[in-house]
Design a protein around this ligand. Structure first.
Ligand code: NAD
Length: 369
């Protein structure tokens, strides 16, 4: 914690002192990009491909298998939320039985999470084909649930070698899921802007990412088939995903606590919390807030974030997501128990009033001066 505080202070007094680390990436972007999947598997040396997806996307899995032809080994449409280890172990047995030498994952963060968990155990190359805006496909992080507890680790083994962004695959994402998944993505870029290890390139990416999503998400809410808005959103989501290479702060911590403790839905929780966390950190991260406001084309970051959320079909409160009022105290305890980096120190009373405000769905105001 002290190290993180020193990081923030050093960043303030010497803004051009930074470390820049880029993750390897091969990204194919655009309409009908799915048709490149067989070439990409070949480039990776794959001859037998294990195609991972969810039960709801079985058709997509089959379509990919037919594009792969002889290079398809099996379709495994059994990914579920939160990457439970039992599900991964069954998938691993199926993968080994199929003698696969390559993995293709097509779906949201849950599907990509299962493929990453398999790559962690096998080190096989992966092609990720995301269908939501979660951003997991460009990170070295993998979260796994065992005994009801979700733990996250980073490993270069889990980073997909290739990412295919095919906008057409996002057209079926409902207005609601698009909005929550998009706000989940925006949260990554927001926290990258004030991360202790932020650097100028991360800032450029994050600001561009927030702008792309802020411009496209309201358009998708009114017309989910708007392909231009969909492309902008997917572009923004990719950039937001790359922002997760930075150290995430209060927002990610609190969403992890709320999701894990009360089984709240992942992206929806992010969407409810984001304006509140921006308000909490407002005075402690003035440069980040200036950039967020600029990206949102708003007078300030908090009113911009509130306006963006208000323009989207998302829940406004933790209560609406099913959190019990009796859980507020526990959430405050868990969110303030461990040290973690955040521009504004983790102050128990202020965190309690932030969580209460998010629980009720009240309009957040800038604080922490
Ligand atoms: P998800 O993958 O669970 O998908 C949400 C729902 O949307 C599912 O019912 C799915 O079937 C459906 N869906 C997906 N794409 C669709 C489409 N194009 N059309 C219609 N329906 C579609 O949820 P998510 O928000 O994409 O991912 C959340 C998970 O990803 C969480 O477990 C989170 O922890 C993880 N995640 C991990 C990282 C990382 O870096 N490791 C980053 C972000 C998120």
């Amino acid at each position: 914690m002290q190290e993180a505080r020193a990081g923030f202070e050093a960043a303030r007094s010497s803004p051009m002192r930074f470390a820049y680390v880029a993750l390897p990436a091969r990204v194919l972007f655009g309409a009908n990009r799915l048709s490149d999947v067989a070439d990409e598997v070949r480039r990776l040396g794959g001859t037998r491909t294990f195609v991972v997806t969810t039960p709801g996307h079985r058709d997509l899995g089959e379509r990919i298998a037919s594009l792969l032809g002889n290079a398809a080994a099996a379709v495994h449409p059994h990914a579920v939320m939160h990457t439970p280890v039992e599900v991964t172990e069954r998938a691993l047995a199926a993968l080994q039985a199929s003698r696969a030498d390559c993995i293709v994952a097509a779906g949201g963060g849950s599907t990509i999470g299962l493929a990453k968990a398999l790559a962690l155990r096998t080190d096989l190359p992966q092609v990720a084909i995301p269908t939501t805006y979660a951003g997991s496909e460009v990170t070295t992080m993998v979260g796994e649930t065992s005994g009801g507890v979700k733990r996250t680790q980073r490993s270069p083994k889990v980073l997909p070698e290739v990412v295919i962004y095919d906008v057409e695959l996002t057209l079926t994402l409902s207005a609601e899921l698009s909005a929550t998944s998009g706000m989940n993505a925006v949260a990554h870029a927001v926290e990258a802007l004030y991360a202790p290890d932020a650097h100028p390139i991360a800032g450029l990416i994050a600001e561009e990412a927030i702008g792309a999503l802020a411009r496209s998400l309201p358009r998708i809410a009114s017309d989910p088939l708007d392909i231009d808005a969909r492309s902008q959103a997917q572009y923004g989501a990719w950039l937001c995903g790359t922002s997760m290479a930075m150290t995430m702060g209060l927002h990610h911590k609190i969403c992890h606590v709320l999701g894990g403790t009360f089984d709240l839905p992942h992206a929806q929780t992010h969407a409810v919390m984001l304006p509140h966390v921006v308000a909490y950190n407002f005075a402690a991260a003035p440069e980040a807030m200036r950039r967020i406001a600029r990206a949102l084309q708003a007078p300030d970051a908090v009113s911009g974030m509130v306006a963006l959320a208000a323009s989207l079909p998302i829940a406004r409160s933790l209560e609406a997501l099913g959190m019990p009022a009796s859980g507020i105290g526990r959430a405050v305890d868990l969110a303030t128990r461990d040290a973690y980096p955040n521009p504004r120190p983790i102050e128990r009373t202020a965190i309690a009033s932030m969580i209460e405000g998010a629980y009720r769905g009240s309009r957040p105001a800038p604080s922490g001066g």
